[in-house]
Design a protein around this ligand. Structure first.
Ligand code: NAP
Ligand code: G3H
Length: 476
C-alpha cells in the first residue's frame, strides 16, 4: 500500500485532506503521497512557528547547537535509508544521494559550531565630532524571526539543510517548503529534526505544489525572511512578492569553462566531464558551455568526446552517470535545445537519442552564439563547445550571459587566470577545476540573474540575522 507521508507541524505529524502522489522519475513506481496543504493549514504552521520563537531564541548558542548536532548524528545514522528514497524520488545515483545526506549532516554540524563563534562588536564614538567621544555602541546580531526555506528538486535535502541549520542556530524558527518532486525526502529530513527533540514549532514543513500555494506562503505577513533556491523566473517572482522583507535567492546559471592554450588538457577534459554531466547536468553549478581557444580545440574536444562515450547510462540505483531527467517537461526542454543547435549547424559528436525522459549525453562542437544552447540553461546532459579566437572573446561571450553564477579557467598561467577571474561577472571563479558549490563554508553567490545574497554557513547566518545596535554614553 502507498505510504501517506505527513507534514511536521508544531511537533506533530499531520495529514491534509488532499494529497499529491509522488512517482519515481526513472521507473514510474509510486513512492507515496504527501499532503497538499491548504492556506488555512499554512496559517497554522506560521502561527505555531511564531509562538515557538521567543523560547527558542532565549536558548544559548550551545543549547541550540546540541539539538543540531543530534539532527546531524541521526542523518549520518540513516544516510543509506534516506539516500535510497532520495535516489528514487529524484533519479539521482544512489551513492550521490547518500553523499547528499552526509554532506547535509556536515553542514548542520558546521553551522552549530559556527554559532558558537558568533560575536558582536563594540564601537567607540568620537570620530565625527568631539562631543560624541563618550558614546559607545554595542553591536549584536539578532534572529530575523520566521524563515521560509524553499528548496529545489535537485538537492532537496542538502539545499534545505544549508538554509535550516544557519537559520536555527541563530535563533530563528523555520518553515521548510520542499520541492514537490523531492518532498518525501524533505519529510525524511524533518523526521531527523523530530527525533532530535527540537521544541514544538521551531521546525515545520509545508508541502503542496508551488504553483498552488507558492504565492500564499511567500506573501504571508508572518514570514520575515525568504530563503529560496530554484529557477530564475520563480526567484524573480518571489523577489517581487517579498516587498521590503530580506530574501536570499540562489538561481540558475550558465557556467563557462574557459580553456586557454597552455591548459593541461587531460585535467581539463576530466573536470569538464564531471562538471557537465554529474547528475545528468541537473546542477546549478554544472559546466554549461566550454569556451576553448581555437588552437587547442580539436585536441580537447576529442578528449572530452572519448570520456562522454564512457559515461554509463541507466537507472539511479545502479549508479549510472546519466539517469532519466526529473520529468517530461525537462526532457522536452533539453530536446528543444538539441534540435535548435542541430538545425543551426552545430556538430553533434555523440549520438542524439532519447528514451522517455532519458536523454543520452550529447556533445556539440562548433556551437555559435545564434544558438539557444549558447545562452540557455539546459539542466540536462548536453554540452556545447564554443570555439574562440582570444581570451577577450571568451570573456565577452561569458559575460554576455544573463546569468552570473560561476566560471572555470583552465591554464597554467596564474597571473592571467587571476586577471580573467577579475573580469568575469560571476560570484565564483575556479582555477583548473570544475565549477562547483563549496566547500560549504565558502561564500556561494550568483551575480545578475543567478541570485541575490550570499550563502555559505557563516554568510547565511549573517544574512538571516539583523544588526541591533545599543548606544549609550559613558561617564565624562
Ligand atoms: P523551481 O521550479 O523554481 O522550484 C524550486 C522550488 O520553488 C520548489 O520547491 C517549487 O515547488 C517552489 N515553487 C514553485 N513555484 C513557486 C512559487 N510561485 N512560489 C514559491 N515557491 C515556488 O526550480 P527547480 O526546477 O526545482 O530547480 C531547478 C532550478 O534551480 C534550476 O534553474 C537551477 O539552476 C536552480 N538551482 C540553483 C541553485 C543555486 O544555488 N544557484 C541550486 C540548485 C538549483 P514545487 O516543486 O512544488 O513547484
Ligand atoms: O545545484 C546547485 C548546487 O548548489 C550545486 O552544488 O556544485 O556541490 O553540485 P554542487
Amino acid at each position: 500500500m502507498t505510504k501517506a507521508y505527513k507534514n511536521y507541524v508544531n511537533g506533530e505529524w499531520k495529514l491534509s485532506e488532499e494529497s499529491i502522489e509522488i512517482f519515481a522519475p526513472a521507473t514510474g513506481e509510486s513512492l507515496g503521497t504527501v499532503p497538499a496543504m491548504t492556506t488555512a493549514e499554512v496559517d497554522e504552521v506560521y502561527a505555531k512557528a511564531k509562538a515557538a520563537q521567543p523560547a527558542w531564541r532565549a536558548l544559548s548558542y550551545v543549547e541550540r547547537a546540541a539539538y543540531l548536532h543530534k539532527v546531524a548524528d541521526i542523518l549520518v545514522r540513516d544516510a543509506e535509508k534516506i539516500g535510497a528514497v532520495l535516489s528514487k524520488e529524484i533519479a539521482k545515483g544512489y551513492k550521490s544521494a547518500v553523499s547528499e545526506v552526509i554532506r547535509t549532516a556536515e553542514i548542520i554540524n558546521y553551522a552549530a559550531e559556527e554559532g558558537l563563534r558568533m560575536e558582536g562588536e563594540v564601537l567607540e564614538g568620537g570620530s565625527f565630532e568631539a562631543a560624541s567621544k563618550n558614546k559607545i555602541a554595542i553591536v549584536r546580531r539578532e534572529p530575523v524571526g520566521l524563515v521560509l526555506a524553499i528548496s529545489p528538486f535537485n538537492y532537496p535535502i542538502n539545499l534545505a539543510g544549508s538554509k535550516i541549520a544557519p537559520a536555527l542556530i541563530s535563533g530563528n524558527v523555520v518553515a521548510l517548503k520542499p520541492p514537490t518532486q523531492g518532498s518525501i525526502s524533505g519529510l525524511l529530513l524533518a523526521e531527523a529534526f523530530a527525533e532530535a527533540g527540537l521544541p514544538a514549532g521551531v521546525f515545520n514543513t509545508i508541502t503542496g505544489r508551488g504553483s498552488v500555494i507558492g504565492d500564499y506562503i511567500v506573501e504571508h505577513e508572518a514570514v520575515n525572511f525568504i530563503n529560496f533556491t530554484g529557477s530564475t523566473p520563480i526567484g524573480e517572482r518571489i523577489g517581487k512578492l517579498a516587498g521590503m522583507r530580506p530574501i536570499m535567492l540562489e538561481l540558475g546559471g550558465k557556467d563557462s569553462a574557459i580553456v586557454l592554450e597552455d591548459a593541461d588538457l587531460d585535467l581539463t577534459a576530466k573536470n569538464i566531464i564531471a562538471g557537465a554531466f554529474g547528475y545528468s547536468g541537473q546542477r546549478c553549478t554544472a559546466v554549461k558551455r566550454v569556451l576553448v581557444m581555437d588552437s587547442v580545440a580539436d585536441e580537447l574536444v576529442e578528449k572530452i568526446r572519448q570520456q562522454v562515450l564512457d559515461l554509463t547510462i541507466g537507472n539511479p540505483e545502479d549508479d549510472a552517470d546519466i539517469t532519466p531527467l526529473i520529468d517530461k517537461n525537462a526532457a522536452d526542454f533539453v530536446e528543444g535545445l538539441i534540435n535548435d543547435a542541430s538545425d543551426k549547424g552545430a556538430e553533434a559528436l555523440t549520438e542524439i537519442k532519447r528514451e522517455g525522459n532519458l536523454i543520452c549525453p550529447v556533445l556539440f562542437d562548433k556551437v555559435t552564439t545564434d544558438m539557444r544552447l549558447a545562452w540557455e540553461e539546459p539542466f540536462g546532459p548536453v554540452l556545447p563547445i564554443i570555439r574562440v579566437k582570444s581570451v577577450e572573446e571568451a570573456i565577452e561571450i561569458s559575460n554576455k550571459s544573463e546569468y552570473g553564477l560561476q566560471a572555470s579557467v583552465f591554464t597554467n598561467n596564474f597571473p592571467l587566470a587571476f586577471k580573467i577571474a577579475s573580469q568575469l561577472e560571476v560570484g565564483t571563479v575556479h582555477i583548473n577545476n570544475k565549477t562547483q558549490r563549496g566547500t560549504d563554508n565558502f561564500p556561494f553567490l550568483g551575480a545578475k540573474k543567478s541570485g541575490a545574497g550570499v550563502q555559505g554557513v557563516k554568510y547565511s547566518i549573517e544574512a538571516m540575522t539583523s544588526v541591533k545596535s545599543v548606544v549609550f554614553d559613558i561617564a565624562k
